[in-house]
Design a protein around this ligand. Structure first.
Ligand code: 13P
Length: 342
């Protein structure tokens, strides 16, 4: 466990005006995304698309790290550079998704637990050798119509797995990014989302303490406190920011080097607006930034459409979203800036 390296990596991930690109969609999720642009989900198309994102000129100004999927660590740019080496040379930290997905939690209908602990120590050692300096593990918490969901069992099973993963990462000198995601799907109120997010974070940090995870070498990737997708009352930007910050202040130790957000199915501009409102808040104990997949990639994917002739335009679209989110991470984004050409 190289604490100096862990501290350096964690600080770089959340450096001022920079955030993390999540490009760790599994091949199954890629298939879903590529279907929307009528593009075959072949290994070559996944490589070409990831290459488009990573080689976007100037994007390193806004992107501190990229979360990769296992396959991507062995792929190369059009010019033959291994992606992990290419990114590191550009000053972007390669990261890796190490969980193997959310599976049905036994005896808890409708709930999931994330798997992937078996053999993780060995996989982390190999990823470190390949240049990966941080890792991600996503737990999925569903707010059910049944008021007893999420269950205590689900929250604690996921928190336990997150803590065992985080401890293994730190042992391997890889910064763990723990992601207890409370899904926004459902008709629940924002008040209920706030309660569940608080419970999920409390369970996660209790587990971190129980497993001796060093808070100084840990990054939280969290969902925001938002209204359920089909709830009639959709909370505005200020309310989302206020409720999310209240929960984070209650639960996340000040010793932690930073917090990043997932976008979770919010619109691209909402994800940016919410981050900016929170980051503009004074005297927070930790830097806040983005770690979006969809909210960073949507315009690029929809411009690319699987056609090599669209690569330059898709890169401009990606650069623009990365720029907007970089401004948001400093609390400096304004809606008018969206109209400016990338
Ligand atoms: P979204 O921003 O699309 O929610 O993805 C972030 C992520 O990495 C989920 O694990």
């Amino acid at each position: 466990m190289d604490k100096t390296l862990l501290a350096k990596t964690a600080a770089a991930m959340v450096a001022k005006g920079r955030g993390v690109l999540a490009a760790d969609e599994s091949s199954a999720t890629c298939e879903t995304r590529f279907k929307t642009i009528n593009t075959a989900c072949t290994e070559e198309n996944r490589r070409a698309y990831r290459g488009l994102l990573f080689t976007t000129p100037g994007v390193e100004k806004f992107i501190s790290g990229v979360i990769l999927f296992d396959e991507t660590t062995r792929q190369k740019t059009d010019d033959g550079a291994v992606f992990t080496d290419y990114l590191a040379k550009k000053g972007i930290l390669p990261g890796i998704k190490v969980d193997t997905g959310a599976k049905n939690l036994a005896l808890c209908p409708g709930e999931k637990v994330t798997e992937g602990l078996d053999g993780l120590r060995e996989r982390l050692a190999a990823y470190f050798k390949a240049g990966c300096r941080f890792a991600k593990w996503r737990a999925v918490i569903t707010i059910g119509e049944d008021p007893t969901l999420p269950s205590h069992t689900c929250l604690y099973a996921n928190a336990h797995a997150l803590a065992r993963y985080a401890a293994l990462c730190q042992e391997a000198s890889i910064v763990p990014m723990i992601e207890p995601e409370v899904l926004l799907d459902g008709a629940h109120s924002i008040e209920r989302c706030e309660e569940v997010t608080e419970a999920a974070l409390r369970a996660s940090y209790a587990a971190m303490a129980a497993h001796n995870v060093s808070i100084e070498h840990l990054i939280l990737k969290t969902s925001m406190v938002v209204s359920g997708k089909t709830n009639a009352r959709q909370a505005g930007v200020d309310e989302v920011a206020e409720r999310t910050l209240r929960v984070l202040k209650r639960t996340v130790p000040a010793a932690q080097p930073g917090i990043v957000f997932l976008s979770g199915g919010q619109s691209d501009v909402s994800a940016t607006a919410h981050l900016s409102a929170m980051a503009a808040s004074k005297s927070l104990p930790w830097p806040l930034t983005f770690s979006y997949s969809r909210a960073l990639q949507n315009p690029a994917l929809n411009t690319w459409k699987g056609q090599s002739g669209n690569v330059a335009a898709a890169q401009r679209a990606f650069h623009h979203r990365a720029h907007m989110n970089s401004l948001a991470a400093e609390g400096k984004w304004k809606p008018e800036l969206e109209k400016q050409v990338a």
